[in-house]
Design a protein around this ligand. Structure first.
Ligand code: GLC
Length: 555
């Protein structure tokens, strides 16, 4: 297989323009500010930037309520600033992915305004209506506790409209061919302006059948995904879609397509939930099983591997006792939890900023099968502000320095306050400070990313979970082009001694070269390798001696 499928070995960094860097002192981040931070991202080793929504929006769901798909929200700059930014990223060899939020629009979108005010409007059928209140109006809410129905009566339209999310986000009728044509046009527009693809929001809902008579399990139209891909590949061959779909593994394969003809990438929510269970309980077995269950069948398909994202940590698909174990460990207080299914905190406070556990978690993110997707602020262990509502607690300004607003803005008031004081305030947690400290998390992250980039086996290779007797340790092996790498992770607070076979007879006498330190591992006379992992310890090994590996390597 050709190795220039860039997304197979990328390091993706997710940020919102709003919270990254404010260049003009109005308290809101902007494209010009972000452009000035491109060298920082490049230096960290990021190869692709995923921008959360920045299009014109009333901002009632942090931009996931778009009212003009063809424009930058004036608070963040202009289309000109956007193009300067993508150009700057390209000059540094970084790609740009953007959020594509097309399951719904804002209720302020001119399409919806036209649709509701005139039954003869060409946009009427762009949304989903019902004269009577549908029987299913109180089912299928995505934000239980905050949202109380999925159908809301509109006075002007004299009808109910469907909204899978908040009521100010009417769903688009994606079965309408005109809507579909418009979605392609939106993609074509941003592709033309220099992006390399999209993080597609809420994919299962985009492709679901919608309407008042639809039952609890709406039929998906997977043909749409194929049509999106065909269009993008024709316009720009190296563009990709990474899908947001929290679904069971059997379904996920349908999103990739049996012949790999649908989405190139999907976030691995299935493994994510079991990863947090492993971190909470010390039991890696469900995670190992999840990795086996989510083995993509087609070579061009790729998982996005993440820890926390901008939403709550959704634990909805764990067994009840597993879910409880994660709540107990990471979100015991009511105000840490959200929507009856998740935890809204950032990773560092969940792990009590324990450096050993943070390294374990990020080491996993960089070595599980797929492409790592980091979130801004992770690299310095930023915290959260639980005084902010819902998911906003984890969307505070990036902490650059110990100066005013953490160096994010010179304004007296910022869009959200920067985290100040306490263990996670910008006075102690900031980029400037960590740059100076060779032992900081920031410098660790930069080194680990650099090493990850030298291990294409993770992105490309065949992954096997090595059998171990100890459920606290996860051992993964990757094979690719005659090279083998092995990763060990101990989820327990206590040291664990493990004995394992690399897997192949021919490797029994091989030394395991440690990629992060000089503690290499020789096999015993039976061909077993024995490693003592410290509490929360991890190891990155190549099978074979270093000189031999360097000679053999062909990537
Ligand atoms: C996705 C986004 C979330 C947003 C929702 C509605 O789940 O990740 O932030 O609120 O879609 O667009």
């Amino acid at each position: 297989m050709i190795t220039d499928l860039w997304y197979k070995n990328a390091v993706i960094y997710c940020l919102s323009v709003e919270s990254f860097m404010d260049s003009d002192g109005d308290g809101v981040g902007d494209f010009r500010g972000l452009a000035r931070r491109l060298d920082y991202l490049h230096g960290l080793g990021v190869t692709a930037i995923w921008l959360m929504p920045f299009q014109a929006s009333p901002g009632r769901d942090d931009g996931y309520d778009v009212c003009d798909y063809y424009n930058v929200d004036p608070r963040y700059g202009t289309l000109g600033d956007f193009v300067e930014f993508t150009h700057g990223a390209k000059q540094r060899g970084m790609r740009v992915l953007i959020d594509l939020v097309v399951n719904h629009t804002s209720d302020q979108h001119p399409w919806f305004q036209s649709a509701r005010s005139d039954p003869k409007s060409p946009y009427r059928d762009w949304y989903v209506w019902s004269k009577k209140k549908p029987k299913n109006a109180h089912t299928g809410m995505v934000f239980p506790g905050v949202q109380d129905s999925t159908w809301t009566y509109d006075e002007a339209a004299k009808a109910y409209y469907f909204h899978r999310f908040y009521k100010f986000q009417p769903d688009l009728n994606t079965a309408n061919p005109c809507v579909r044509a418009e979605l392609l046009k939106i993609m074509g527009f941003w592709i033309q302006l220099g992006v390399s693809g999209f993080r597609m929001d809420a994919v299962p809902f985009v492709i679901a059948e919608k309407g008042p008579d639809v039952g609890a399990e709406p039929k998906p139209d997977f043909g749409m995904l194929r049509a999106f891909r065909e269009f993008l590949q024709w316009r720009k061959g190296d563009s990709v879609i990474i899908g947001e779909a929290n679904i069971v593994p059997k379904e996920a394969m349908k999103y990739f397509g049996d012949d790999g003809d649908r989405l190139q990438m999907m976030f691995n929510f299935h493994a994510n939930q079991r990863l947090f269970y492993a971190l909470a309980s010390g039991d890696a077995e469900p995670l190992a099983r999840a990795l086996n269950e989510t083995r993509p069948r087609y070579g061009t398909a790729q998982w996005g591997v993440f820890l926390r994202n901008h939403d709550e940590l959704d634990l909805g698909r764990l067994e009840p006792e597993q879910r409880q174990a994660v709540f107990d460990a990471f979100g015991p207080e009511k105000d840490m939890q959200l929507y009856d299914r998740g935890i809204r905190r950032r990773l560092a406070p969940m792990l009590k900023a324990d450096r050993r556990r943070l390294e374990l978690a990020y080491s996993l993110m960089f070595t599980l099968p797929g492409t790592p997707v980091m979130r801004y602020g992770d690299e310095i262990a930023m915290g959260d502000d639980l005084a902010l509502p819902e998911r906003y607690c984890a969307r505070t300004p990036m902490q650059w320095t110990d100066g005013k607003n953490g160096g994010f803005s010179l304004a007296d008031k910022t869009f959200l306050p920067a985290i100040s004081g306490g263990g996670f305030g910008f006075q102690t947690v900031n980029v400037a400070e960590q740059r100076r400290d060779p032992g900081s998390l920031l410098n660790w992250m930069e080194r680990i990313i650099r090493m990850r980039q030298e291990i294409p086996e993770i992105g490309w290779g065949e992954c096997t979970v090595l059998p171990l007797r100890d459920r606290c340790v996860l051992a993964l092996r990757y094979d690719w082009r005659g090279n083998v790498v092995i990763f060990l992770h101990n989820f327990d607070a206590e040291p664990r001694e493990i004995t394992f076979r690399t897997g192949e007879k021919s490797e029994e006498s091989a030394i395991l070269t440690n990629l992060l330190s000089d503690e290499h591992c020789e096999p015993d006379e039976d061909g077993d390798h024995c490693v003592v992992l410290e509490g929360y310890g991890y190891r990155w090994f190549r099978v074979g001696g270093l000189d031999e590996i360097l000679r053999r390597r062909d990537v």
